[in-house]
Design a protein around this ligand. Sequence first.
Ligand code: WTA
Length: 657
Amino acid sequence: MEQLLQENRVFHPPADFIKGAAISGMDAYHQLCAEAETDYDGFWARLANEHIFWKKPFTTVLDESTAPFYKWFEDGLTNASYNCLDLNVEKGLGDKKAIIFEADDGTVSNVTYQDLLDRVSKMANALRKMGIQSGDRVIIYMSMSIEGVVAMQACARIGAIHSVVFGGFSAKSLQERIVDVGAVAVITADEQLRGGKALPLKVIVDEAIALGDCEKVKNVIVYQRTGGNIPMTAGRDSWMHEVVANESAVCEPEWVSAEHPLFILYTSGSTGKPKGVQHSTGGYLLWAILTMKWTFDIKHDDVFWCTADIGWVTGHSYITYGPLAVGATEIVFEGVPTFPNAGRFWDMIQKHKATIFYTAPTAIRSLIKASSNDVAVHPKSYDLSSLRLLGSVGEPINPEAWMWYYENVGGSRCPIADTFWQTETGGHMISPLPGATPMVPGSCTLPLPGIMAAIVDEVGHDVPNGHGGILVVKRPWPSMIRTIWNDPDRFVKSYFPEELGGTLYLAGDGAIRNKDNAYFTITGRIDDVLNVSGHRMGTMEIESCLVANPLVAEAAVVGRPDELTGEAICAFVVLKGGRPTGDEAKKLALDLRNWVGKEIGPIAKPKDIRFGDNLPKTRSGKIMRRLLRVIAKGEEVTQDTSTLENPAILDQLKQPL
Ligand code: WTA
């Protein structure tokens, strides 16, 4: 962190980039910020009128009467799918490539805006025929595919609320989401292909439903990806290609209020249960569009590539909605960055002449490592001259990784948008604007126009620049989370806590602003949320999973810094039968890792497991997590341990397996 704050390299956007940019130069940026400051409602109303098609225009902008349940453009009627597809076809972009899909094995297929509109309309008609109505919830459990985007857009078209579950989550995690959201249908694929391997999807849906409480699910629609042999339940399951076969390619969209929920996406919080983050239609779409234009400076000829999965918010905003709503051509990739080798990304950029590339620091770090002793997979072995802009998302990017990305991938000519945002924020919040903001490696720089980000202390008072504090947003913005599905109280408590005065949006991250230029640097989560390879994981979620194992008496989970994945999960476990050692300990650790993989999903598997007779606790019985964090890092405990009930336990827990 010290090193980050002393970072003094500054990189200016190239002059020709500034010239052509949507927000051109810092004056233009400041002007937009000033417009928002002077007339907040007017600023957002202007943008919403300019960038969204309204079937019926809105007359109210921001409604704060039920704060913090804010409403935006509520009496306006629109439809997200119409804005993404029909509107572009009407503008004459019907023959423009919407998606360039590259499969795991390298097979490429393209769809135009007209194709996509037809396919989405057919799917939407098929869903309607099954009785799925506006407001119904549909779970989507699919891999990266055109069909995944079609499924999401088809739901949006008929006003059904989709909830995408990442294909790496287990049957149990899937079932919990099906139940919590009250899904009436599940859209899935027979199997998914990643890194040359076929992995199950449909059988996991079957397992999830068999776990119980899923009676509301009347339809399971299966996209045939691999042709693998999977069981189909008569009366419930159907093939996607069969249900759309005889449907019309014309489907009148459902015109919904701007506040109609577009989707619910589960994410981890500080308590055990994942939260169903609910997003709106109008405000969410507006920000997906504006950030495509402002942060990504999207132009007609761009080939945009966001490498995220549709199971995460990045895939929602910057694959399914943003790029299509602005009529862009985008790449959708099924596979993984290391198959058939670690040059896959560079090969694809070269092949498809990608101009904008948006990925996560973990991917960059792993590719730095892979290419350090294999020049064949190094970016310099590829022609990446088509690139004009890079982006980073999901976790802090360390200055070394930033520099490597800038020099080797961007040829020292492409600005990097280090975009700080969250599932809850719907789109970018703090990021350099590529044609305006001077960049500093490791800093996400300044808030986007209209985003009133600030840093406060524990009671909600502003802290001066140069002092660390809690990252908040002072005013509601159109794409913000509307509520937590089924749990409005948790929404208020999690994001608008009384301790901060009840009106500030609490992001859950710590941050500091630079004394000289007021740039923001994110210092990491201040709650019990870990960020492993850019994936959010709740420590409590993993702890509850571990203690649900019959062998486990107690468990505490903390994060420790990891060179590759940002953070790694470290679990301290007390077994009912006493502390195992040697090979037995190794075997039990493996069993527990697999247990977590099966219960939550492989991404939640702890990297380290340590066994103890007990956990370090205060005399009042509280687990001393700060000590566990020190031990997990492999550092000496220098803190005061006098309040510890059982100091001897620390030595046990220091022992790696
Ligand atoms: C972290 C992903 C530093 C942060 C879009 C946040 C970042 C959490 C950055 C949200 C960034 C995301 N720099 N940290 N550029 N982007 N984060 O909900 O801790 O999966 O709170 O959304 O990721 O993760 P989520």
